[in-house]
Design a protein around this ligand. Structure first.
Ligand SMILES: NC(=O)c1ccc[n+]([C@@H]2O[C@H](COP(=O)([O-])OP(=O)(O)OC[C@H]3O[C@@H](n4cnc5c(N)ncnc54)[C@H](OP(=O)(O)O)[C@@H]3O)[C@@H](O)[C@H]2O)c1
Length: 272
């Protein structure tokens, strides 16, 4: 039997994004495996990346050194208890990407195995992810390196020194692609009302977003507030638009939305 270093349990959206990133960054496909109860998802991953696939979690766990738990939070308890019952969790490092489930809870279900908790985001799919990672004190340096190796292949890794900060990462990065999509959608909608086709409106909005992000990344010395002021020169058109956002309380709305995401993460932790 070939030892698979990284095995994903759950081969949905986030697992396939991470697997794609890992393969693109040069982690050998022969050291990656995935297990899911949907044969179609496994077949598609196998065709795309030539990774090993497992229809059952017993053979997946036998092959794994690092197990990446990538199922929805609602089914995590069931999965962990099944894995524990199978009796082959010992000696493996677990990495959970699930929102709302603390390491302590995962250990209640899995037994006392090493667990790293992380929160990736969807841009991992294009290698531009931001992943917050928390490792409890018993995690060794080499276990941290294994996690870093997998997660840094799909973007930036931010190590957190306390588990509560995972919920902050959810608000700042995990949920944030949706905020940007919402803002762009609102702009696209009005561009269409102004008479542009859906295609033209989407193209203009997304490319303006891309260009703005590139400018911000290329000029880390200038604050984002200054970059905004530099476009919004006094008496000009942009200044009028920015004033409308400020007067409508955009900053406070953003803060409240991020707080709502944090509170939901905390609430899930209490429920699950
Ligand atoms: N999507 C995001 O932006 C995002 C961001 C950060 C973190 N996350 C976390 O990532 C995790 C996965 O999210 P996702 O969006 O990738 O979900 P998803 O697309 O639904 O993928 C989960 C997969 O796991 C399968 N599965 C469920 N129970 C299983 C079991 N016992 N054995 C094997 N496979 C099983 C599911 O099959 P069925 O559908 O048939 O049940 C599904 O194919 C979640 O915990 C979420 O909190 C997601």
């Amino acid at each position: 039997m070939t030892t698979q270093q990284f095995v994903f349990i759950g081969a949905g959206h986030m697992a396939s994004s991470l697997i794609g990133g890992m393969v693109r960054q040069g982690i050998s496909a022969s050291t990656i495996g995935a297990c899911d109860h949907n044969p179609g998802k496994l077949e598609s991953l196998q065709n795309q990346y030539q990774i090993a696939t497992y229809a059952d979690s017993i053979s997946a766990m036998d092959a794994a050194e690092v197990v990446i738990l990538a199922v929805k939070p609602q089914v995590m308890q069931d999965l962990c208890q099944t894995l524990k019952k199978q009796g082959n969790v010992e000696g493996k490092l677990f990495i959970s990407i699930a929102a709302g489930i603390r390491c302590e809870q995962l250990q209640n279900w899995l037994g006392h195995v090493p667990i790293i908790r992380c929160m990736p985001n969807l841009p991992a799919k294009v290698g531009e992810g931001v992943t917050g990672v928390y490792a409890p004190e018993d995690i060794t340096a080499s276990q941290k390196q294994s996690a870093e190796r997998a997660l840094s292949s799909v973007g930036q890794v931010v190590w957190l020194d306390n588990e509560a900060a995972i919920n902050h990462i959810i608000a700042i990065a995990g949920s944030a692609p949706a905020y940007f999509f919402l803002f762009m959608d609102a702009m696209q909608q009005y561009a269409q009302e102004l008479g542009f086709s859906e295609e033209q409106a989407r193209e203009m909005v997304t490319h303006t977003a891309l260009g703005s992000v590139k400018l911000a990344l290329n000029d880390a010395q200038t604050t984002l507030a200054t970059m905004c002021q530099n476009v919004a020169v006094k008496g000009g058109t942009t200044a009028e638009a920015v004033q409308v956002f400020e007067q409508a309380g955009l900053r406070e709305t953003v803060k409240q939305a991020m707080q709502a995401a944090i509170e939901r993460g905390q609430q899930l932790e209490r429920q699950l």
